[in-house]
Ligand binder design. Structure first.
Ligand SMILES: [Fe+2]
Length: 265
């Protein structure tokens, strides 16, 4: 099971770097399409567009239509639930009526569960008791397979950067963390939002944050030759070892073994 994760493309049509954001997104999808072996699924962990506008979603949908693997999307704080739902309705996995954008995908050896951490009050995350109830319901709907959980806001404190807590209150984040540990079957949590690479944990569950695909919005220090190259994550699942994550630098091409890795015998 191979999942390509992308996040925080922030497609905008009238910002000074609008063209670059679109190009970052398109180059990333082209790079994912060239992966060998190909991923089983692509998950976008939110902030697909920057202003929640229909025309921005039309642009994002056009780019994602070029992806060869099935694509699943989450809402981020910059997304608009109604417009996102309409734009991605053709995928068939987003409920038309539900208040929240959350769902479980059952087509793979690892279940993919997406939760909705959006707040109407701020850019930070929220996780109300109703969302806990919905998450527990999705987790308990199947009791054999491991689960990869996707949430726009990371449910751990990211201690690098100016703001370590990405939920409105510690209690909201604690509710989500508790629900994630409820079954013992959630094996990894994948997030975006912070625009920088980070890793943490929720009990024994590993959790990561990926940088933004939009290179102008990416945080952290990068050498000059990498500043215009998007990064994304490839999560490969092994039944024994769980998820191993590779950071892909767009435009690098297929990885080749160094002399030290080759079999000298
Ligand atoms: Fe973002």
């Amino acid at each position: 099971m191979i999942i390509a994760q992308i996040s925080d493309t922030h497609i905008a049509l009238d910002s000074p770097d609008a063209d670059r954001r679109i190009r970052d997104f398109e180059r990333t999808i082209a790079d994912i399409n060239a992966l060998d072996p190909a991923p089983d699924a692509i998950v976008h962990t939110g902030d697909i567009v920057h202003n929640g506008r229909q025309d921005e979603y039309a642009q994002a949908v056009a780019t994602l239509a070029k992806a060869r693997a099935p694509v699943y999307v989450l809402g981020g704080n910059k997304d608009n639930r109604a417009n996102l739902r309409t734009a991605f309705a053709a995928g068939g996995y987003l409920s038309r009526d539900a208040e929240f954008i959350d769902y479980a995908i059952e087509d793979y050896p690892v279940r993919l569960i997406a939760v909705d951490t959006l707040s109407t009050a701020s850019n930070k995350g929220d996780f109300c008791p109703e969302r806990v109830r919905r998450l527990i319901g999705m987790i308990d709907a199947e009791t054999a397979k491991p689960i990869a959980l996707f949430a726009h806001h990371p449910p751990f404190e990211v201690t690098v950067g100016p703001d370590r807590l990405h939920f409105e209150t510690p209690e909201m984040m604690a509710r989500l963390r508790q629900a994630l540990q409820h079954s013992g079957r959630v094996v990894a949590v994948f997030s975006g939002h912070v625009h920088r690479a980070a890793a943490g944990h929720i009990g024994s569950i590993s959790a990561t944050v990926m940088p933004s695909i939009a290179t102008m919005l990416r945080r952290g220090e990068y050498p000059a030759h990498m500043k215009t190259r998007p990064l994304y994550y490839v999560h490969r699942f092994d039944p024994v070892w769980g998820f191993v994550t590779e950071t892909r630098i767009v435009g690098t091409g297929p990885s080749t073994a160094s002399p030290c890795e080759s079999d000298a015998a």
